[in-house]
Write a protein that binds this ligand. Structure first.
Ligand code: HEM
Length: 252
């Protein structure tokens, strides 16, 4: 893990991998050690994650296209923080967002997840087989074969999500107001299995703190209401021409 801002150069590594994963890591096999080492190195570079900006952009795009959902998120934040609205102390508000308070923001959690379902930061994922293997449906994969899956398409399949698969509907993730996760093999935006995103919980926490703080103080509209979700073709899913927004102070 790294303590840093956007400036990776000034990042400070906290510990070596055995220290990070506890003394038992020293006893692991060489293969596990290598895996931990690799994850640790990836964590160092992912501390300020390159996927966040895309998630934030798509999240605000969806909230602007669905103003009632934006208001629902803001209302939930207000209740969870018991804030009657000190409209000036933004930094103080952000600092008050403890794990317990963030944990109460189940609708926000669902709205972030719904954004990632429709706009996965990594829209196509690929792996290469290091040895012969057989997929669960019996399909044989030979050593060296590449297997790709398209998270973007999977997030929009009626077969997986029902007839309203293309609709932004955070409620689909809630049961009695509590977030109900799906199998990572169905909701694949963070990958699944042994290579599932190592920073998933951290990413949610960062996103929730940022979104709760901004939406508590401001409401947003698209500068151009006619803007649609056109993509830049990249490894990560980016919106074309950026997302100019208009921000209105909530006290107005
Ligand atoms: C919106 C936020 C994020 C998304 C959508 C995301 C998504 C993903 C995906 C799809 C993978 C699989 C990549 C692959 O196997 O080729 C991955 C791996 C990984 N992610 Fe994330 N990630 C996010 C945030 C983060 C953050 C904040 C951290 C670190 C604090 C992080 C750390 C990692 C690491 C270390 C791996 C490699 C895991 C491994 O292969 O063992 N991620 N992430």
């Amino acid at each position: 893990m790294v303590i840093s801002g956007a400036n990776r150069g000034s990042s400070r590594a906290l510990s070596s991998p055995p220290e990070l994963f506890g003394p038992s890591a020293v006893m692991c096999s060489e293969r596990v050690q290598q895996s931990l080492q690799r994850r640790y190195q990836m964590l160092q570079t992912e501390g300020f994650n390159c996927k966040h900006p895309h998630l934030i952009t798509w999240f605000f795009y969806m909230l602007c296209k669905h103003p009632l959902i934006q208001e629902k998120v803001a209302a939930e934040v207000k209740v969870a923080t018991k804030s009657e609205g000190s409209k000036n102390d933004i930094a103080g508000f952000a600092l008050s967002l403890s794990d317990e308070v963030i944990g109460k923001m189940q609708y926000l959690h669902a709205a972030i997840t719904e954004t990632l379902r429709l706009y996965p930061a990594v829209p196509v994922e690929g792996k290469r087989a290091v040895e012969d293997d057989v997929l669960p449906d019996g399909f044989e994969v030979k050593m060296g074969d590449r297997v790709n899956y398209i998270s973007y398409a999977m997030g929009r399949m009626n077969y997986l999500w029902g007839e309203d698969a293309e609709v932004f509907h955070p409620e689909r993730w809630l049961e009695d107001g509590v977030f109900k996760p799906e199998s990572p093999f169905k909701f694949v935006s963070f990958n699944a299995g042994p290579r599932i995103c190592f920073g998933k919980e951290f990413a949610y926490k960062q996103m929730k703190i940022m979104a709760a703080t901004i939406l508590h103080f401001f409401k947003f509209k698209l500068e151009d209401e006619s803007k649609t979700d056109k993509y830049r073709t990249m490894f990560t899913l980016q919106i074309q021409d950026g997302l100019p927004l208009l921000a209105f102070h909530r006290s107005n």
